[in-house]
Design a binder for this molecule. Sequence first.
Ligand SMILES: *Cc1c(COP(=O)(O)O)cnc(C)c1O
Length: 402
Amino acid sequence: MKKVYLDHNATTPVHPEVVDVMIPYLKEEWGNPSSIHWAGRGPRKAVEEGREKVADLLNCDVSEVIFTSSGSEGDNLAIKGVLEANRGKGNHIITTKVEHPAVYGTCKALEKIGYKVTFLDVDGDGMIDLDQLRSAITSETVLISVMYANNETGVIFPIKEIAGIAREHKVTFHTDAVQGIGKVPIDVKDLNVDILTLSGHKFYAPKGVGAVYLKRGVRIQPLIQGGHHERNRRAGTENVAGIVGLGKACEIARRDMERENEHLTRLRGKLEKGVQERIPFVRIHGQNAKRIPNTSNIGFNFVEGESILLNLDMKGIAASSGSACTSGTLEPSHVLVAMGIPLEELHGSVRFSLGRDNVDDDIDLVLNELPPLVERLRSMSPLYSAATGKGVDINFDTVCKH
Ligand SMILES: *Cc1c(COP(=O)(O)O)cnc(C)c1O
């Protein structure tokens, strides 16, 4: 069976060129970069070359790049590090209702231990209101954290404007750019952000490596304490092979981004047009907003997104939904809830996230498989038969099917 992977926002395959440059650092150059003897020299040089490549992609200085283990660690470092460094100055954070759990969950946890958090609303297109942001800022506000691009819908936030507002009020600004890096050009100097998070495995580097851009002069307290690694900002012996891979992925992103974007924009357009032509009662979430070119979140009214995903999987097609299947109940995506998507549509969303290896045939397969599949699932939905007069009136049990 042909396998089609349309879940690149969850993780990407490691680019073959990335694998190639990593292998020597697993086989021969296995030394500790902190060692002063011969075994440390090669790895140390490799870490610094990796740092240069990350800095080149972001347009920053090498001293402003901190390597981490993941996007989640970077987000935690940014948020908790800023709060800790600003103890006594204030305890208020502003973020949005649509952040990735790495930010959203962290802010929820901080709320439980006494911090004040404002979660900004979004409109039906997933966009925040900058006036609401302005009026949320108080003398207690020490951090604004707004993601660059949403992992579920692909919607891009006006980061440069938000950074400007934060600057006006002298508040530190962090952006989780995990879904933007490698997909769209991101220049930290132009955006004027203070802290930015990225993660390797979302753009063809391996899992377990990421980085934080920390603007010179911005104060944070380290999350992981110990040795003097990363200029005392993140202890732990460096993931040398991972850093080499991350650097290569940054270099490839710079080289291929423009061509890749044209390719992804065309394929996504084909997917969305095809779905809208062939299937009634669908809605593309965030369609009117600016989006990263690879992501399409499609709501299918009268069906469970999970049922669609299981059926697509049986045809070799991997996609995902925003819903988390927790303790036997399907919780709707907090992102779609925040966008005010009506209840009857909340559970019927599927996220297709495309990547560099996808081809026209992949989209054709989806466009062939999806319409009959959705029609069959709808034929079992009493809501669908009530709304359209089609289908049968049977009891459709909406339990968690994982
Ligand atoms: C995947 C993701 C993260 C978490 O990154 P990990 O490296 O998997 O920890 C954070 N933010 C966004 C927007 C993401 O998509």
